[in-house]
Design a protein around this ligand. Sequence first.
Ligand code: TXA
Ligand code: MG
Length: 355
Amino acid sequence: MKTIRLTIDKDNIDPELIEQAAGVVRRGGLVAFPTETVYGLGADACDPDAARSIYAAKGRPSDNPLIVHIWDVSQLYTIASEVPEVGKKLFDAFWPGPMTVIVKKNGRIPRETTGGLDTVAVRMPSHPIARELIKVSGRMIAAPSANSSGRPSPTRADHVWDDLEGRIDMLIDGGDVELGLESTIIDLTEPVPMILRPGFITQEMLENVIGEVQTDPGITSADTATSGLAPKAPGMRYRHYAPKGNLSIIEGPEEEVAAFIEKNCDEQRAAGRRTAVLCRSETRHLYNRANEVIVMGDRGDEEAVAAKLFAVLRQMDEDRVDCIFSESFRGAGVAEAVMNRLMKAAGHQLIRVGS
Ligand code: TXA
Ligand code: MG
């Protein structure tokens, strides 16, 4: 299949180009498009064949459900069998934006789209191209992240092209995304609403609007590498984001972290392996031994780290890095989402140094 690549300016959207993409969606085809979080791979959410072709293009396990994207809240009521009161408060507070809610579904969304579940994930993105595409197509658009399964989510059009060129009908290049991590997922079917995937909308932000919110114990246990509880969102159980090289996260006092990394870089390079360090700008001067030192952002600027993370993980593969040592970015708020993705990418290899 030949993939058509369209460039659309998000600040000055060409209606003819959007119509061309919307036509592909209406005909049951696959269109990758930018959202504010990551690029999505979209198709008509009510068309079981279109949903199946999303799984095929990505090589995604068919039990991993897709998120249904809407441009107006009224669409949610056409596919949900039940919308709790807390949901309405959340839509008012955070939509359009990087929040996905899980609600019970009625029969309109086929099981192909929800991986066989009787619940459905719904999100109203804020990106102008995403919103126009959904609106003009006249459909709800099922869209997972537009990477091939297991790779880091795409934050720029070239990432999508590298993974899916020839496997999808169209790619809309709308420039780099703004946020760089996938949406926060909150399950509203639980007695106490539960975060299934951390993101830019943090637990604290959610609690300020609806009161008590819990985080899926399965994610916390995976991130702290303690017990073996399985995360509730199927997609959080799979190996994900991992670069080809070995990635480990080193945590502890910064001088000791740097000393450990420098020593290990020397050893790895002596064995003929290519090395890289991911660090903060404040600690950049502590690293001289690796082949590559990548500054992820300033201390406390987790947004900057989030925006770069997936692109850097892809770059590690391109540069054929064998051993990647990352400082830890642990902290509250968005840092939780950053660490969640980094820990997954590292296969939960966390090394603590110092006292
Ligand atoms: O920011 C985002 O959410 C991006 C953009 C494109 O909107 N999309 C995205 O989709 O990250 P995807 O497919 O890569 O991740 C969807 C996650 C998976 O972990 C999946 O298991 C979970 O949502 N999920 C979807 N429906 C669910 C459901 N009914 N119950 C539990 N988890 C669900
Ligand atoms: Mg994904």
